[in-house]
Design a protein around this ligand. Structure first.
Ligand code: GAL
Length: 461
C-alpha cells in the first residue's frame, strides 16, 4: 500500500446509514454551543455594561473627592501661608485630594493668561484667588461665578467680618467671594540695623521731607540705594500709595474716574513726589520681583521698601523679629488711611467638585482657616474674633490701625476697572523710565477719559 493511499476507496457520500445519527448529534452539539455562546455573550455584556459601569462609578466616586485651587502665591512667605491653609483643610477633610496650583505670574497675568482662558472654556478649577471688585468682575459679567451668599449666611460672616470688607465682596447686593485675609497696602518696611547705623529714628519719618532727608543721610552713609523697588506692578503699587498720601479725596477721584484733567495739581504733586522717590531707588527695578526687592532690605543692602504687608511674611520666614530686626510705618501722609488689599477666593460655576469647593470656602472663612493662613502671610484676619496670640507684633499693630483708620481705600485691583489698571501700570512704569511729570499727568487724564464708561461704581471713602 502506498503510504498516502486512502484506507477506503468509498466516497463519503456513499455512507448515508452512518451519517444520519451523526447529523443529529451535530445539531445537538451546535445547539448546546449556541446556548453556551448566548449565555457567555449575555454574561460578557453584563460585565461590560452593568458591572463595568458600576466599577467605573466606584472609581469616579473616588476621583471626584478632589479639590483644585489656583492662586499666585509663590514667594517663600506666601507659599508657607498657603501650605498652612491647605494643611488645615486636609486635617479637616483627610479624604479630599487637594491640588494647590501656584501660578508664578502676578495678578494681571494670572487672570489674563491662566484663569480667564480656563474659566471661559468651561475648565475652571474648583476655586481660585483674586481681588474682589473690578478684578473679578469679568467673571461676574460673563456669568461664570456662583453666588456665595449662602456661605456668608450659614457661617454668620456678616456678624464677624467688618462692613468695609463685606462691601467689596458684593456685586449688586450679592456676595460672590469669600475673604481669606486683609493686607494693608500703604506700608514702608525697613531694616532696623541699616537705619540704626545711619542714626535714623524711623518713628520720626511721618512726612515726605523727613523721609527723603533720611534717604539723603543713608546715601551719605554709603547706602547706594536707600529704597528698593521692584517690577512694574510694584511701581504702580508705590504710586497708588503716593496718591493715597494726597488724601482720601484724591484717591476717591481716581477710583471714581474723575481725574480727567492733565493739569490736576494734586496729580502733578503726586508724580513730583514719585520723581523724588525715584532718585533713591535701585536702577534695576523693572526686572526685580517684589520679593527680591524685599530680600535686599532683609540682607541690609537697602533700608526701605514700600510694599503691602505680604512683605511681612518674607521677613518672618527668614526668622527676623518685628521691632528688633525690621520695622514698618505708614507711608508719609497715610497714618489714618488703610489701603485695603483684600484677598478672596471664588467658586466658579460648573466645576468638577462643587461640594468640595463649598467646603474649601467655608474653611477659609472660618476662624481656624484665617488663623492658619494670615499669621504666615503677614496680613490680618478678615474676622474680628481672631486668635491674637497667633499674630506677631506688626500684625497686632495692623489690627489696631485697621480698627482706628479713618479711611479704607480699596487697592487698585478692587477699586479701579481692570483695563484701566493695566494701562495705569504702563503709565507708571513709563514714568519710572522717563520721569516726565507732564507726560504722565496727561496720560492719566487721557486714560480716564478713554475708559470713562467702565467706572461703574461710585466709591465713597
Ligand atoms: C497681592 C496680593 C497679596 C500678595 C501680593 C504679592 O496682589 O493681594 O496677597 O500675594 O499680591 O504676590
Amino acid at each position: 500500500m502506498e503510504p498516502n493511499a486512502p484506507k477506503s476507496t468509498k466516497p463519503i457520500t456513499d455512507k448515508p446509514s452512518v451519517k444520519a445519527p451523526n447529523k443529529k448529534l451535530l445539531t445537538v452539539i451546535i445547539a448546546v454551543l449556541i446556548a453556551i455562546g448566548c449565555i457567555a455573550l449575555v454574561f460578557a455584556l453584563y460585565t461590560i455594561f452593568i458591572k463595568g459601569t458600576s466599577q467605573t462609578q466606584t472609581t469616579s466616586k473616588k476621583e471626584v473627592n478632589a479639590l483644585t485651587i489656583y492662586h499666585w502665591w509663590t514667594s517663600a512667605g506666601e507659599a508657607a501661608a498657603v501650605a498652612s491653609l491647605v494643611d488645615g483643610f486636609s486635617k479637616l477633610y483627610p479624604d479630599v485630594a487637594i491640588m494647590s496650583a501656584p501660578v508664578k505670574s502676578g495678578n494681571v497675568d494670572f487672570h489674563e493668561k491662566v484663569l480667564k482662558p480656563m474659566v471661559f472654556n468651561n475648565e475652571a478649577p474648583d476655586s481660585f484667588q483674586g481681588h474682589p471688585g473690578y478684578e473679578i468682575k469679568p467673571y461676574y459679567d460673563s456669568g461664570t461665578l456662583e453666588i456665595v451668599g449662602d456661605i456668608w449666611q450659614s457661617e454668620n460672616l456678616e456678624t464677624i467680618i467688618p462692613k468695609a470688607i463685606q462691601d467689596v465682596n458684593k456685586f449688586k447686593g450679592d456676595y460672590y467671594s469669600i475673604p481669606i485675609g486683609v493686607h494693608r497696602g500703604n506700608v514702608v518696611w525697613y531694616n532696623k540695623s541699616v537705619l540704626t547705623k545711619a542714626g535714623i529714628d524711623a518713628t520720626k519719618l511721618t512726612d515726605w521731607d523727613s523721609f527723603f532727608k533720611a534717604c539723603d543721610t543713608l546715601k551719605a552713609n554709603g547706602v547706594t540705594y536707600p529704597i528698593q523697588m521692584g517690577e512694574a506692578w510694584t511701581q504702580a503699587h508705590v504710586f497708588e500709595s503716593i496718591m493715597a498720601s494726597g488724601g482720601s479725596e484724591l484717591y476717591q477721584d481716581l477710583a471714581n474716574g474723575k481725574i480727567t484733567s492733565s493739569t490736576d495739581a494734586r496729580v502733578i504733586q503726586a508724580f513730583e513726589t514719585f520723581k523724588k522717590f525715584l532718585t533713591y531707588t535701585n536702577t534695576d527695578s523693572a526686572k526685580t520681583s517684589w520679593n527680591d526687592a524685599v530680600g535686599r532690605v532683609i540682607k541690609g543692602e537697602s533700608a526701605f521698601n514700600v510694599m503691602g504687608d505680604w512683605a511681612n511674611g518674607e521677613f518672618k520666614i527668614v526668622g527676623m523679629k518685628y521691632n528688633k530686626d525690621y520695622g514698618s510705618f505708614a507711608l508719609p501722609g497715610t497714618g489714618d488711611i488703610f489701603v485695603l488689599n483684600v484677598d478672596t477666593f471664588v467658586q466658579p460655576k460648573g466645576t468638577a467638585h462643587p461640594t468640595n469647593s463649598i467646603k474649601w470656602l467655608k474653611y477659609l472663612a472660618s476662624r481656624e482657616g484665617q488663623d492658619a493662613f494670615n499669621p504666615k502671610k503677614g496680613s490680618i484676619s478678615a474676622r474680628t474674633d481672631t486668635d491674637i496670640s497667633k499674630y506677631d507684633d506688626y500684625q497686632k499693630s495692623a489690627i489696631t490701625d485697621f480698627k482706628s483708620a479713618k479711611h479704607y481705600l480699596p487697592s487698585r485691583g478692587t477699586s479701579l476697572p481692570d483695563k484701566f489698571v493695566n494701562d495705569f501700570v504702563t503709565i507708571v512704569s513709563d514714568f519710572v523710565s522717563d520721569k516726565n511729570v507732564t507726560k504722565a499727568a496727561q496720560a492719566l487724564g487721557d486714560l480716564t477719559l478713554r475708559e470713562q464708561a467702565t467706572f461703574i461704581t461710585t466709591w465713597s471713602f
